[in-house]
Design a protein around this ligand. Structure first.
Ligand code: BGC
Length: 747
């Protein structure tokens, strides 16, 4: 019986492998046949991506039918553009109803049908936490929160739901996930990352891609993803967006490349490029990164797209090129396949000229265009003439909103809970105050309805702010002191006198929304107004529950130490208010864990996987809350940590097992984290690194034994010669309070 099954499954596997190969061959065949028919102009057009505003009427965001036919025909028939991105734009109103999206994208499809070769446009959108420019889309917690869930199933489902809603909106391609590593907390896009740890980011990002693309992203409810921003963008030395990073090759290979390699392995067919520079070379000019490493080493077969206007900026900003024309040549020859120009046809004109004069070889154009066409075929765009996915049943469904709520709940970190002040009883009377207490924007962050996410009036009325969710939850008295905008001055005296009339104070502090350069800051310190409000409330002696919202770990040390409870919310998305109230009142047991080290002081930027020298003599890893920290209303214990062997031969795996037990009185979820340390190595190694994790739900008293496998890859590091190596010797495995050792020996 078993043998039959085995043969059958072998047969099925071989069958599907063969047919996948056939599909690839037939796509390559189609690409070559199409390429052979294309004029140079049509080819260069494929490499051109324009912003929606280029084909839009003035004030397209308000128009029923925002496309201006003449402009669209100019784009498609005269300039043969391969891709359009973004939404009808004004800075404060970008979100559009789904029906309008469907009509807009349909108009583009119909216009491409009138072009000579009928090559479809691939429509790109920044759906980074759901289809964020479509009204009423399911908007998830941002990536930093998804990482805090330590739940890859939720990331997979976010990918699935996002792809479905993007497709129901008529869009084709999502500029997500961000695979940059978040190791610079000042950076205004930290929250777009999965945090500071490589293993965690790989796990979450790969799950997202798998959900988004499925086995075949030509399916009606699947869509191609885009890994961004290759590479090193997230690590600006001064913390400001789009400023230089100085990343040595070893660090690049240890921390910054592996997430992208994993994204390529997961099948993401497109990569967006780092807008800034690393080691003096702008991302868009870096042949070594874009071609030698991405293609040669990682085997990436898809296409690369520039970031916003970044080819031209090689000239106007970086002073690397002597002219816009030279900038185009440098970028294309470095390995950029598509230019997000985005406002004109300068790239098209300049590249055409460069090819005609022989400065850019036709072979390079053919290579780039083949890659683009290939992804278009793989995405099923040639077969699709209208948005095939129905809205009903695919968009903003009850099930999807419920998953979003679960994601929000699991993404919130209970960092402190003195005297079990939380959960609050349902009749507790609560003063809710602070600048983030009554806004939806502060829970969603940038890329929400608008680029900066700040247009509170556009947020769906049926979603609850923290204050409104608390009001709904408690039977006790709830009072809100504060304004309806982040900048509204809060009357401290009024807040203090109201605090005296209530059992507890929930103080919601944090950041207003931002992304990219507008979010640059000069210090991680919280602004003085918020600290003053907190101190005045603490002085009343009423128990204070501090809730933080925002994309970065702003310094809260002095107030967190006196608060009874600290809840780190980061950017939990549209269900954030409800999820926070669920946790505050005990309807949900918190299970989020920090995906970053929360600094104690502004310059105290040390990651959990620091080098021994960073915690030697006077140096210490002393964050306010460490990576992986997060409390529950129950307690968990891990014990019995054991290895399958105490000695392995180079190249072998080793198995780890550990028991996890719910030792408290409530059902709860616990992420068990497995860390590794290479005890002595020829290149200094981190004191510990996360290598595996699993999240389980346990009833009170329930125990489960978890199994993990560590592979040679997990034991490896970038050696002296910049190649990945496993060195024989002693290794430590750590889970909770336990440590076990094993040795790797030569064959
Ligand atoms: C951002 C990218 C984004 C692109 C398109 C850029 O400014 O850096 O992350 O995908 O704009 O909107």
């Amino acid at each position: 019986m078993k043998a039959h099954l085995l043969i059958f499954s072998l047969f099925v596997t071989l069958e599907s492998a063969v047919s996948a190969q056939d599909v690839n061959d037939s796509i390559d065949h189609k690409v070559q046949a199409l390429l052979a028919q294309m004029t140079l102009e049509e080819k260069v057009g494929q490499m051109t991506q324009i912003d929606f505003s280029v084909v839009s009427v003035v004030n397209g965001e308000e128009a029923e039918a925002p496309i201006e036919q003449g402009k669209l025909y100019d784009a498609l028939l005269n300039h043969h553009v391969g891709s359009i991105l973004n939404t009808p734009t004004t800075p404060n109103n970008q979100v559009q109803p789904i029906e309008k999206w469907r009509k807009m994208t349909q108009a583009i499809r119909e216009a491409t049908a009138q072009t000579r070769l009928k090559i479809p446009v691939i429509y790109g959108i920044d759906a980074i936490h759901g289809a964020n420019y479509t009204e009423n889309a399911v908007l998830f917690p941002q990536a930093i929160n998804m990482a805090a869930t330590f739940n890859t199933d939720l990331s997979f489902k976010e990918g699935e739901i996002t792809a479905r809603e993007v497709k129901a909106s008529g869009q084709d391609w999502n500029f997500s996930p961000v695979m940059d590593i978040g190791r610079q907390p000042l950076w205004p896009r930290l929250w777009e990352t999965y945090g500071e740890d490589v293993h965690l980011a790989i796990a979450l990002g790969s799950a997202y891609i798998n959900g988004h693309q499925g086995d075949d992203f030509a399916a009606a409810d699947k869509a191609p993803t885009c890994l961004k921003h290759f590479v090193g963008y997230s690590y600006p030395l001064n913390g400001k967006d789009r400023t230089p990073a100085w990343i040595g090759e070893r660090m690049l290979r240890e921390y910054f490349l592996p997430t992208f390699a994993a994204g390529v392995k997961a099948g993401s067919p497109t990569v967006m490029i780092n807008s800034a520079e690393v080691d003096g070379i702008p991302g868009h000019a870096n042949y070594q990164y874009l071609t030698t490493i991405l293609r040669g080493e990682m085997g990436f077969k898809g296409f690369t797209v520039s970031d916003w206007a970044d080819i031209e900026r090689l000239y106007s900003r970086d002073k690397m090129a002597a002219s816009p024309r030279e900038a185009v040549k440098i970028a294309v020859m470095a390995g950029i396949d598509m230019s997000m120009v985005p406002f004109d046809y300068s790239f098209y004109d300049l590249l055409l000229d460069l090819v005609k004069t022989g400065e850019v070889p036709v072979a390079r154009i053919d290579e780039a265009v083949s890659r683009i066409l290939r992804v278009k075929y793989q995405s099923g765009l040639f077969e699709r003439t209208e948005p095939t996915l129905a809205v009903a049943g695919n968009f903003s469904t009850k099930e999807a909103n419920a998953i979003n709520r679960q994601a929000a709940q699991e993404s919130i970190v209970l960092a402190k809970n003195d005297n079990h002040i939380l959960p609050l009883k349902k009749h507790t009377s609560v003063l809710v105050t602070g600048p983030t207490a009554n806004l939806l924007s502060v829970m969603n962050g940038g890329w929400t309805l608008t680029w900066q996410g700040a247009s509170e009036h556009l947020y769906p009325q049926d979603k609850l702010t923290l204050f409104k969710a608390i009001q709904k939850k408690t039977k006790g008295k709830v009072t809100h002191v504060g304004g309806n905008a982040f900048a509204d001055e809060i009357n401290v005296e009024q807040a203090v006198s109201e605090a005296r009339n209530h059992d507890v104070v929930v103080l919601a502090i944090g950041e207003k929304t931002y992304t990219e350069t507008p979010g640059n800051i000069d210090t991680l310190n919280l602004d003085q107004n918020q600290l003053n409000l907190a101190k005045a409330l603490l002085a009343t002696g009423k128990p204070l529950i501090l809730v933080t919202l925002g994309g970065r770990p702003r310094i809260i040390t002095e107030i967190a130490e006196s608060a009874q409870a600290v809840v780190l919310g980061f950017l939990p998305g549209m269900e954030g208010g409800q999820a926070l109230a669920d946790i505050l009142f005990g309807d949900v047991n918190p299970s989020g864990k920090l995906p970053i080290s929360y600094p104690r002081n502004t310059n105290d930027i040390v990651m959990y996987d620091h080098k021994p020298i960073e915690a030697f003599e006077f140096n210490q890893y002393q964050p306010l809350y460490g990576f992986g920290h997060g409390l529950s209303y129950t307690t968990f214990e891990t014990n019995g940590l054991a290895l399958s062997k105490d000695k392995i031969v180079l190249g072998e795996n080793i198995n780890v097992s550990v028991n996890v037990k719910n030792t408290g009185g409530l059902t709860g979820k616990e992420a068990v984290l497995v860390y590794l340390n290479d005890v002595a190595a020829s290149v200094t190694r981190p004191v510990k690194q996360l290598k595996a994790f699993k999240k389980v739900e346990l009833q009170p008293g329930q125990q489960q034994t978890l199994q993990f496998t560590l592979t040679p890859e997990d034991l490896s590091f970038i050696g002296i010669d910049m190649k990945r190596v496993v060195e024989p010797g002693e290794f430590k495995v750590m889970v909770g309070n336990e440590t076990v050792h094993f040795h790797v020996v030569k064959n």
